[in-house]
Design a binder for this molecule. Structure first.
Ligand code: B16
Ligand code: MG
Length: 218
């Protein structure tokens, strides 16, 4: 049996933390007099903390000093940490453990490739940290998605060639990053949004064992 590298994004793929990012950004934006909609939040998926704040300030036509920028980022993260403080295993998205366990049974290489600096903390909370052989997160990369750095690092640490890696991603930037890395991209979400992905599924309940076997063997 061949050994492939399976790289999972975190927010929106393993857990639905997008709702907590939204609440924390909305609180911050409103406090500084900027409107923030759920549609705008879509554009922040997979985008780093720095880039997210830059976008929000641009939408609100607001400029702030470097010190203020740092203060706003810290504030957003404090609120976000409050929202995720009580996260438990029941917030893991449906059938994610089933797919992870199947891959472990089949001796496949498994990594996390996330833009979040809180990724390890979240994996610990939901009790999935042991499932990942390699974790590459926002603390380990200099270039944010759609740059492929996060996934190439993960492949490198897994010692699996990029072309033998499969990435699960819920964001457009993440799918583009996987494609640039020359990996198979699997979009988790809506087909019309993630149309650049090699395959798209609404969630992991739509992914069959036969499909996983095909990924391993092709
Ligand atoms: P943090 P992912 C991304 O995680 C989120 O999708 C994005 O909304 C967030 O701004 C980014 O992480 C940074 O997160 O503020 O926790 O460092 O989807 O790449 O797992
Ligand atoms: Mg994501």
């Amino acid at each position: 049996m061949s050994k492939k590298g399976f790289i999972f994004d975190l927010d929106g793929v393993i857990v639905d933390t997008a709702k907590y990012h939204f609440l924390a950004w909305k609180k911050l934006a409103n406090e500084i007099g900027i409107d923030f909609s759920i549609e705008q939040n879509e554009q922040l998926k997979g985008v780093s903390r720095v880039k997210s704040l830059e976008k929000i300030l641009a939408w609100g036509n607001k400029e702030v000093s470097q010190d203020k920028f740092m203060e706003l980022m810290a504030k957003k993260n404090t609120d976000y940490l409050d929202f995720i403080a009580s996260m438990k295993e029941d917030e893991i998205l449906p059938d994610v453990p089933k797919v992870l366990n199947h891959l472990i049974d089949k001796n496949q290489a498994i990594a996390l490739g996330s833009a979040s600096k809180n990724a390890r903390n979240i994996l610990r909370k939901v009790n999935l940290i042991e499932q990942f052989e390699v974790i590459v997160d926002g603390n380990d990369v200099t270039k944010a998605k759609p740059d492929p750095e996060v996934f190439l690092n993960a492949a490198n640490s897994l010692k699996i060639k990029a072309k033998d890696c499969i990435v699960f991603e819920d964001s457009v930037a993440g799918v583009q990053a996987a494609n640039k890395a020359n990996m198979v991209s699997i979009g988790i979400g809506e087909k019309d949004v993630l149309h650049e992905a090699s395959y798209v599924f609404k969630d992991f309940t739509e992914i069959s064992v036969a499909f996983i076997e095909k990924l391993i063997n092709e």
